[in-house]
Write a protein that binds this ligand. Structure first.
Ligand code: NAD
Ligand code: UD1
Length: 336
């Protein structure tokens, strides 16, 4: 039995499907602060199998301990966290409490229950401004905002934990830019309020919920002047978690990039989404967004070599799947 914290969220629901399809049993802990219970019902419908759900906060150590013992959990995939960069600048303590303290409580409960296999959702944001490209796992770490620092501090905490108790098996996953949705169109990203990230914003423009996209700068040192990111299909990202679980059969701690190794510019994403949706995406060029870098792209070699994992889906597929989800669920899960 695998425990997924944050399993009702965007990436978590896709990881649930990957696990259920691979024959694992799953229990989810999520306080639904950024998600909807309906998403898990859809996961069950897609997989034709039930999962267990506990609506609770990861900072509730006793609740986690209870779940670990009751369900005979053998490994935890820890996705629960707050993730909005801008919000983290305004409410840093909320982010440290939720993400860092939450992880401390989770680890305490795991120690008590003697469950010592942990996969942690970190982020490429821990690298900060690239000193060189593509970003490999040895690149210096210098996040530029509180959200990124919560991820860095948790990474360091988990490495210290392993130094003190070497029977832990810990995988730290640095996600690049997840996008897309499950091919069924039943689950996908359902941002509350204005989306923070590019692809959900583009999707909302395509469906007419927003008049136009604002492209934050076209004067970067890139071929078309717009920023370049490593967009990874969320289903490929979810599959990476299965490879990581297999790799954790040996004790140890490792850190791995989950990205494609190939970047797409903002304009390339706009064009690909127009092709996938058959809709036009009006846009205007605006000032650069503070904190943005020109290019952020993964070196995925380590993942390929050690996990035997690499992404398979193209940008076109990502846009097609994202569009399918958006079209089938114009108001996300909120109409259910
Ligand atoms: P999400 O907000 O859709 O999912 C996170 C889930 O965690 C939500 O369902 C939320 O309700 C839950 N949650 C938050 N705090 C909680 C708490 N204290 N107790 C219980 N549940 C709690 O986000 P996502 O995009 O699925 O991201 C999952 C993880 O991946 C996060 O840790 C995020 O920081 C990380 N990540 C995401 C991205 C991205 O672009 N989506 C990139 C890099 C890393
Ligand atoms: C953002 C976060 C980063 C986080 C990542 C994935 C910031 C500064 N960084 O990075 O910490 O890990 O999301 O969740 O917020 N863009 C537009 N117009 C828009 C939105 C985005 O032009 O309305 C551009 C951006 O300038 C960027 C690209 O699209 O060049 C991707 O943006 P976004 O999806 O926010 O991801 P990141 O910038 O990589």
């Amino acid at each position: 039995m695998i425990l997924l914290t944050g399993g009702a969220g965007y990436i978590g629901t896709h990881v649930c499907i990957a696990l259920l399809d691979a024959g694992f049993d799953v229990v989810v802990i999520d306080n639904l602060c950024n998600s909807n219970r309906a998403a898990l019902e859809r996961v069950e419908a897609i997989c034709g199998r039930p999962l267990a759900f506990c609506c609770d906060d990861i900072r509730n150590e006793d609740a986690i301990y209870h779940v670990l013992r009751t369900y005979g959990v053998t490994a935890v995939i820890h996705l629960a966290g707050l993730k909005a960069v801008g919000d983290s600048n305004v409410h840093p303590m909320t982010y440290y409490d939720n993400n860092v303290v939450g992880t401390m409580r989770l680890v305490s409960a795991m120690k008590r229950a003697d469950v010592k296999t942990l996969v942690f959702s970190s982020s490429a944001t821990v690298y900060g401004a690239p000193a060189y490209l593509p970003l490999d796992e040895r690149h210096p770490l210098a996040p530029t905002n509180p959200y990124g620092r919560t991820k860095l501090f948790i990474e360091e905490m988990l490495k210290d934990l392993h130094r003190s108790e070497d029977d832990w098996r810990i995988g730290i996953l640095r996600y690049f830019n997840p996008a897309g949705a499950h091919e069924s169109g039943l689950i996908g990203e359902d941002p509350i309020g204005v989306p923070n990230n590019l692809v959900p914003l583009v999707a909302q423009v395509a469906i007419g919920k927003r008049a136009k996209l604002r492209i934050w700068g076209d004067d970067y040192d890139t071929p078309d002047g717009t920023g370049i990111r490593d967009f990874i299909h969320v289903v490929d990202l979810a599959a990476g978690h299965l490879s990581v679980l297999r790799h954790l059969e040996q004790p140890g701690v490792f850190t791995v990039n989950l990205g494609t190794g190939s970047g797409s510019s903002v304009l390339e994403v706009v064009r690909a989404f127009e092709a996938a949706s058959g809709r036009s995406i009006p846009y205007e060029i605006a000032e650069r967004r503070t904190g943005d870098v020109a290019i952020c792209c993964a070196d995925p070699t380590f993942a390929q070599r050690t996990l035997d994992w690499k992404s398979a889906r193209s940008l076109a597929q990502m846009c097609a799947d994202h569009w399918h989800w958006q079209l089938m669920n114009p108001d996300g899960y909120r109409h259910v």
